[in-house]
Design a protein around this ligand. Structure first.
Ligand SMILES: [Zn+2]
Ligand SMILES: [Zn+2]
Length: 138
């Protein structure tokens, strides 16, 4: 079942949606969307010209803390924000240009650490990154 868009999930959680916060949340829409904080800032400004960079950063941090937005480290740049924070997925990343796709690989649920390698951890999540070259990078 597809996960509801970020803004709908936030409405359902009764998050206090100010116009500024809405402008931020509305930049994060769709599959395969991974934006840097600067990209979110410049897009949010088209809907809300007076929005400050601090508001954008604070809102992103809050959404990450809520688990609604994921953070992905790009091989070519800064941390990227992913609207599918609640939709468990993995990433396919081009090491040439940084293009990043959401993927759902088979077999991930079968991955596990032998007890001797858990170092006392209670493992809660697994993240897999497939790296390689996209069709347009040499
Ligand atoms: Zn590429
Ligand atoms: Zn993603």
């Amino acid at each position: 079942m597809p996960v509801a868009p970020l803004i709908e999930r936030l409405e359902a959680r009764r998050w206090r949606i100010t116009p500024q916060r809405r402008a931020v949340a509305e930049t994060l829409v769709g599959e395969h969307v991974h934006l840097s904080a600067d990209e979110v800032f410049s897009r949010a400004r088209t809907g809300f010209p007076d929005i400050s960079r601090a508001t954008v950063y604070n809102t992103l941090n809050e959404l990450v803390a809520m688990g609604e937005v994921g953070e992905v480290r790009s091989p070519t740049g800064p941390v990227l924000y992913d609207p599918n924070g609640t939709d468990r997925h993995h990433h396919l990343v081009c090491t040439g240009c940084g293009t990043l796709f959401d993927v759902r690989p088979e077999g991930v649920d079968a991955l596990h650490l032998a007890p001797g390698q858990r170092h006392g951890f209670r493992v809660e999540d697994v993240e897999v990154v497939f790296r390689g070259r996209c069709g347009t990078c040499p």
